[in-house]
Write a protein that binds this ligand. Structure first.
Ligand code: ARG
Length: 263
């Protein structure tokens, strides 16, 4: 299923087995999958991007990202939250490094998963976490249902996360970021066929690959024009030529998110 891994407690620990699966599925992986730093990015900080949250287990192991959209509300991917319980998840804000002890750790009082979610490649990959403690960080605005213009092909989008820095590599201790162009829906359908559900997903990445989100970045933000416009969801491997990253098309879900933010 295009290298998609379900939410895992230790993204780094499963990276190796995920890579084996990818190799088994694709006997001729792209030679151009550039093994660089997110893949192909640069190190950054939560001071620069205060809305970026680590989602961890109770031991502090990061397994997904999230975006603070209100003091006590975090948007993430449904596939990150499936099988999780409020007692088993923590959200960490203001912590640039995975091994840091700074920032704010909140327990979770609610997890809403889009009730239509079944699998990331079928869409509906959105969840909203309610925090027990307010995060003292600036929340990100998110795209409204009418903001569909943000997805014009070629528009620059920013990706962020602590995920693996290559398809078969380990997680990054420091938050990373990169920019990637939005891909036309027709182009993404060419890559992924019927697994690309245009109503629910948007793709971003270079035709030649090299820059992408990867395992562990899921649930984190795709920022376009200063607003949260996507959620890291899935892809075929990472940064492979011809296979852009697939993100939840937030405009299709902002009504649902707003209902949760107000609840
Ligand atoms: N499903 C992955 C996760 O759980 C994210 C994969 C993104 N892949 C990509 N090629 N953009 O972390």
């Amino acid at each position: 299923m295009f290298g998609l891994t379900p939410a895992r407690r230790a993204a780094a620990a499963v990276a190796a087995s995920a890579a084996v699966t990818v190799t088994a599925l694709f006997t001729a992986p792209s030679a151009a999958a550039a093994p660089q730093p997110v893949v192909g990015g640069t190190a950054t900080t939560t001071s620069a991007y205060p809305f970026v949250m680590q989602i961890t287990d109770v031991s502090g192991n990061q397994f997904c990202g999230g975006t603070l959209v209100a003091a006590r509300k975090v948007v993430t991917a449904a596939h990150c939250m499936v099988g999780e319980t409020t007692g088993g998840v923590r959200v960490v804000g203001g912590r640039t490094f995975l091994n840091g002890t700074d920032g704010t750790v909140s327990t979770v009082s609610g997890i809403w998963i889009d009730p239509d979610y079944t699998d990331a490649t079928r869409g509906d990959d959105v969840a909203v976490i309610t925090l027990s403690t307010s995060m003292p960080y600036k929340a990100a605005p998110y795209a409204s249902p009418s903001d569909t213009g943000v997805y014009a092909a070629g528009t620059t989008a920013r990706i962020l996360g602590w995920g693996t820095t290559s398809e078969s590599g380990g997680s990054s201790n420091q938050l990373r970021t990169a920019t990637v162009p939005v891909v036309a829906d027709s182009g993404c359908a060419d890559s992924y066929g019927s697994d690309f559900v245009a109503s629910d997903m948007v793709c971003a990445g270079y035709t030649s690959g090299g820059v992408d989100t990867c395992q562990g970045d899921s649930g984190g933000p795709l920022i376009i024009g200063g607003v949260l416009a996507g959620i890291t969801s899935w892809g075929n491997g990472c940064a492979e030529a011809g296979y852009p990253g697939v993100y939840t098309r937030l405009t299709a879900f902002s009504g649902l998110v707003t209902a949760q933010v107000g609840s």
